[in-house]
Design a binder for this molecule. Structure first.
Ligand SMILES: [Zn+2]
Ligand SMILES: [Zn+2]
Length: 253
């Protein structure tokens, strides 16, 4: 599909590949090392992201979704070298916990994209990862090391990626400017807060979210922590308590 992705350079070894025409505004990131490239998230899979990657680098690609949700794993089918967190291995190999029908509705909601997206034929990607990841694992791209940080809450095997040398933190669906989700059965609001506290301790210089605007400051992590802590103190940090709006973000619980 023409013009589905929009790629931008962050620095000479780091790129963002976004899906700006879709309501989710997913951002995938391509990190280039001396030996390999790492693709963090792969988008919805309605257009072939591997072609977009090839315009930027010809290095062998390791693809790793921040978590096994359709908008992050859709493009994995073109990357045989892909890894997932151990807690979502089952989701990708055998059974995703939500139905294809639910996902198809999500895919076309809030958008007039029925001409571009054939939702009826859309199926959630399933496949066998080359490796499973755990908290603290390091992906070495050759002169570039990226640390895996297990951050459950939005999903049980959600991971963020941290690069010590640049202070870059790739936050997936844990932190972004928009509505955060901790309302599905497979989410855990308490763990969500613990994960935000965990990444707040890192020496972060730039935050790169999986959705919406890239204009996020590291202080935003503390804003989310403060908001969730307030909800916890009020006894509202649990499933079914509703949607809460803060200054630049909301959360569904
Ligand atoms: Zn998600
Ligand atoms: Zn997402």
């Amino acid at each position: 599909m023409e013009n589905w992705f929009l790629s931008k350079k962050i620095d000479k070894k780091t790129f963002v590949i976004s899906e700006p025409g879709h309501w989710e505004e997913t951002n995938c990131y391509l990190l280039i090392g001396a030996k390999n490239a790492l693709l963090i998230d792969t988008g919805l899979g309605v257009s072939d992201i591997s072609k977009e990657v090839l315009k930027i680098t010809e290095k062998p690609v390791i693809a790793v979704p921040t978590h096994v949700h359709w908008d992050h794993i859709g493009g994995l089918w073109n990357f045989p070298e892909f890894y997932v967190h151990e807690f979502e291995k089952d989701w990708i190999e055998r059974k995703f916990p939500l139905s294809n029908e639910f996902v198809r509705k999500q895919l076309v909601k809030d958008n007039n994209l029925t001409e571009r997206i054939n939702a009826e034929d859309y199926a959630i990607f399933q496949g066998k990862p080359k490796k499973v990841l755990s908290d603290g694992d390091v992906i070495d791209l050759g002169n570039r090391k990226i640390r895996v940080i297990h951050t459950p809450g939005h999903s049980p095997g959600h991971i963020c990626f941290f690069e010590e040398e640049t202070g870059y933190l790739f936050t997936g669906d844990l932190i972004y400017n928009g509505t955060l989700f901790a309302n599905y059965e497979s989410t855990d609001p308490e763990k969500y807060l613990e994960s935000v506290k965990k990444i707040e301790k890192l020496p972060v210089k730039r935050v790169f979210p999986a959705h919406h605007s890239l204009e996020i400051s590291p202080e935003f992590i503390s804003d989310v922590k403060n908001g969730l802590s307030k909800l916890k103190n009020e006894g509202k940090l649990c499933h079914g308590s509703g949607k809460f709006d803060f200054e630049n973000w909301s959360i569904f619980l």
